[in-house]
Ligand binder design. Structure first.
Ligand SMILES: Cc1cc2nc3c(=O)[nH]c(=O)nc-3n(C[C@H](O)[C@H](O)[C@H](O)COP(=O)(O)OP(=O)(O)OC[C@H]3O[C@@H](n4cnc5c(N)ncnc54)[C@H](O)[C@@H]3O)c2cc1C
Ligand SMILES: NC(=O)c1ccc[n+]([C@@H]2O[C@H](COP(=O)([O-])OP(=O)(O)OC[C@H]3O[C@@H](n4cnc5c(N)ncnc54)[C@H](OP(=O)(O)O)[C@@H]3O)[C@@H](O)[C@H]2O)c1
Length: 548
């Protein structure tokens, strides 16, 4: 009876949420007449750049960033060479980096590329292997496998200012196991090496004794075989998506599975109130407007001024539903901070059945806890407890680094704290002939990569000019300061734009004067953004620059 009562309350809240969503959408509709959705960017103080002769491009990495850049630039008749150190394309989705049970967080249709639909028989949340296969078929479909050099690591790069060229050194693993070194010159370098590509694993006191006794310490991206956990005592460190997924996948096999989390965060269920696909609420323009962007304009301004009660009410309703649905108070896993903090630097969905596994005792939670020391076959926790440990899997995040860039270049691209200083998350201000793609990761990361590549191609063809260096630096300063403040410093060295994917895409497309029309934008407020709405971009650029 009590359960039924609680269930009814959640359903009523879900209904209320849907109504608020509709109400918000009406506000958007009418707001367009009062506020105007798009501000025309200030074209004064713009710097016309002489780009010189750029035809031969080097791209590093065959994740979404590198593949979309290769596709775009090849379609615009550039000579492109992509180097990928792994034996297959895919980046985070490659077999060498997939942990057991990995699926997308985005739903299928929101994680496809604008001109290449995911197979319709893929599930709503495709597996890592399916995404990798999709990326492979993208290369085949658009016929650029000749441009992709697998098993080839970029080991060093030297910029030659006299010729404005890059000397790129590579090491290729040959079939017989030998290494072939090579050096090639290029006119332009695009870095797409991934901001979640280099694992960050803590160093623990006593880890050598732990390893000598047969213990294994690894990152989630290095834990590729579920069977390795069979019958073992496993500690999973962290409470991000990687950690919870791994704990969830191995719990049925292990002797014990413990999650050691120093902080609790909010997580979104795939189905809100077990009924509504989260994409309708969280993958739309409306959801981005719930969080305060660096500058407020259009409907964002409305939701953070006079529309604030609607915004707050929506967030409070979602918070209430999630808390009840997951039983967070009963499990002692309430983050004790508002849901709004979910958009700090990472947004996690709930791993399927994770909280139920905790409830059953299949996963043991150690909250607000860290490992202080490792010993043979065990670990001492900050709570004072000593727990058995055969394997320690760290979902402890990533380093944002470019080991192939020399110190001189790095000093022009990053600040003293290692933050990347990139205009529009793509271009360093004081370093010519260099761009980054995929450094604007969020939800829809694949689309951000694709639009990033299109923006760069348009810019290199002279399609638009950038603000002055001074103005770009001011913009970067303001953005880094804003990120620092809103994420408590956890902003992946300035490379992560969560949850503002669509804001980022709008900015890039407004520079290009090629944004989707108001009609599409309206539907992007009321429902999930569909990448296929952006499928017109590359053909438009081809029309603009190629005489066919
Ligand atoms: C496990 C996981 C799941 C994710 N799920 C989602 C999701 O559902 N939705 C979403 O929007 N975002 C998601 N993300 C964010 C994700 O990072 C992006 O979606 C996207 O796949 C990243 O693409 P990328 O090309 O920028 O980087 P990566 O996929 O990391 O690709 C970088 C590539 O560069 C290669 N490389 C690096 N250095 C060198 C070198 N020196 N020489 C040659 N090659 C090199 C690497 O081997 C790698 O293949 C996820 C991230 C992780 C870690
Ligand atoms: N498609 C998918 O299903 C999927 C899967 C995995 C990841 N992703 C995406 O990939 C990105 C990275 O996610 P992630 O889970 O790999 O990393 P993450 O979100 O950065 O989470 C790292 C976790 O490790 C903890 N941590 C970091 N350093 C630690 C230390 N020294 N000791 C103890 N704990 C430590 C952090 O705790 P604090 O909070 O205290 O810092 C946090 O809980 C996110 O954007 C995520 O959405 C998506």
């Amino acid at each position: 009876m009590q359960n039924m009562h609680a269930h009814c309350k959640i359903c009523i809240s879900a209904l209320r949420l849907k109504l608020l969503n509709v109400l918000g959408s009406y506000c958007v509709f009418f707001g367009k007449f009062t506020y105007g959705l798009i501000n025309v960017s200030n074209q004064s103080d713009r710097e016309v750049t002489t780009l010189g002769d750029i035809s031969k491009l080097c791209i590093i990495g065959a994740g979404f960033a590198g593949l979309t850049a290769t596709r775009v630039f090849k379609a615009l008749n550039y000579e492109v060479t992509l180097y990928e150190k792994d034996s297959e394309v895919g980046g985070v989705w490659a077999a060498s980096r997939r942990y057991p049970g990995l699926t997308t967080q985005n739903t299928r249709s929101t994680y496809e590329l604008s001109d290449f639909p995911m197979p319709s028989d893929y599930p709503e949340w495709p597996s890592g292997a399916q995404v990798q296969a999709y990326m492979h078929s993208y290369v085949i479909n658009y016929n650029f496998s000749d441009q992709v050099h697998l098993n080839t690591e970029v080991t060093n790069t030297i910029y030659r200012p006299e010729s404005q060229t890059w000397e790129v050194s590579t090491a290729t693993k040959m079939a017989d196991g030998s290494i072939k070194n090579d050096i090639q010159d290029f006119d332009y370098l695009i870095v797409g090496n991934g901001i979640f590509s280099i694992p960050s694993v803590p160093h623990y006191l006593g880890q050598e004794a732990f390893a000598s006794a047969g213990g294994r310490l690894c990152h989630t991206s290095e834990f590729n075989n579920r069977e390795d956990a069979k019958g073992k005592h496993v500690l999973v460190i962290g409470y991000g998506k990687s950690s919870c997924d791994v704990a969830n996948a191995i719990a049925p096999l292990t002797a014990s599975t413990r999650v050691i989390a120093r902080n609790l965060i909010w997580k979104i269920p795939k189905m809100i109130a077990n009924k509504l696909n989260y994409k309708h609420l969280f993958l739309s323009r409306m959801s981005e407007a719930l969080f305060r962007y660096i500058r407020l304009r259009g409907m964002d301004k409305f939701f953070h001024t006079i529309g604030n009660p609607i915004r707050k009410s929506m967030l409070n309703t979602v918070e209430y539903i999630i808390e009840k649905q997951l039983g967070l108070r009963r499990l002692g896993l309430h983050p004790n901070k508002p849901l709004e903090t979910i958009a700090r630097s990472t947004v996690s969905l709930v791993s399927d059945g994770f909280y139920e596994a905790i409830d059953r005792g299949d996963i043991l939670m150690h909250k607000h806890t860290e490992i202080v020391e490792l010993m043979a076959g065990k670990a001492r926790l900050s709570s004072g407890e000593v727990v058995p440990a055969d394997i320690i899997v760290c979902g402890t995040g990533w380093h944002q680094r470019c080991t192939f860039l020399d110190q001189d270049v790095l000093s022009k691209v990053t600040d003293e704290e290692g933050n990347f200083r990139l205009y529009r998350s793509i271009l360093p201000v004081d370093m010519p002939r260099l761009a980054f793609n995929g450094y604007n990761s969020s939800f829809f990361s694949q689309l951000n990569c694709e639009v990033g590549a299109l923006w760069l191609a348009d810019y290199l063809n002279g399609g638009f000019s950038l603000p002055s260096h001074e103005q770009q630096n001011l913009d970067i300063d303001a953005r880094l300061a804003w990120m620092e403040a809103r994420t408590d410093g956890k902003h992946s060295k300035g490379t992560n734009i969560i949850p503002f994917s669509i804001h980022n895409i709008d900015e890039l497309l407004e520079d290009m004067d090629m944004n989707v029309g108001r009609f599409t934008q309206f539907f992007q407020w009321t429902g999930a953004v569909q990448p296929k709405s952006y499928g017109y971009l590359l053909p438009e650029l081809q029309k603009k620059y190629l005489i066919t």
